[in-house]
Design a protein around this ligand. Sequence first.
Ligand SMILES: [Zn+2]
Length: 298
Amino acid sequence: MANSPDPTVIFIAGEGRSGSTVLDRCIGTVEGAASFNEMHEIVHQYQRNKKRCSCGVYPQDCAFWREVLADPELAAALPELVDGFERYDGSRHTVKLLLGAYGKADRERLTRYGALTARLYRRIAEVAGVSVIVDSSKNPSRALILKRYAGLDVWCLHLVRNPVSVAESWRNGKGAMDDNLPTYTQGQTYKRWMLKNLACESLRLTMPYKRVRFEQFTAAPQAGLTEIKQWTPVLRGRSDGFASESEVDFGPFHSLQGNPDRFENGRVTIRASRARPLADSGLSWAQRNLATRYGYGA
Ligand SMILES: [Zn+2]
């Protein structure tokens, strides 16, 4: 275990409700890769044991997570991993992490948190039998922790979706199995959408970065995945789960946190998501400019 190689991490960054579960799972079908959705929550959710793993059982009953945490050093470090997650992992930490603006005690804690996180990812890759992990934690803070403090090879896919659809999705509470997501007003979502996307763009200063438009990806997902495979050397030339341009086989997987779609398994047809017009959307001047820059129009 100590000699296991570090996995490559494909990190999906973006605002919530941008379609990251679909993108995450499509990449997870590539030979040698596995997806786990929002990995920043793994230890927290394992310890709480209140929400089911996507395989259908509670985390502490899931054979996969039990095997991952059979590593004694990791098992002993669970409280430290939760503490690191609560202290440093979240949107409000992004700028500080980017600048490395921490005192000695925080730097030491972050170094230890990073080392334990790297060990956790190595162990997950080892148990899953893969060399590439897809993490759609979405928060740029997580990508920075993985890159700077865990020392992993992180490739950032910045997923954007038009703000009108994102706001509509956040307005409607969505729940399935044990996942009940909060709701936000249109104005709240537009503000989050802009700030989160700008923070995601800052990741290009620190790691390989590629922007993916959700609407473009869902219009031709097989082609979209092929492009991503071409971009990432570790995925290039590998087979994937697509049976046709929009039909893909999602095998069983083990996700402890994410969109309720994480409970969907087997062959799935991905439906194209249309971009919504920006006219009369209530976007501010700057929000609208950003949406236009991402290719969304009137
Ligand atoms: Zn499971």
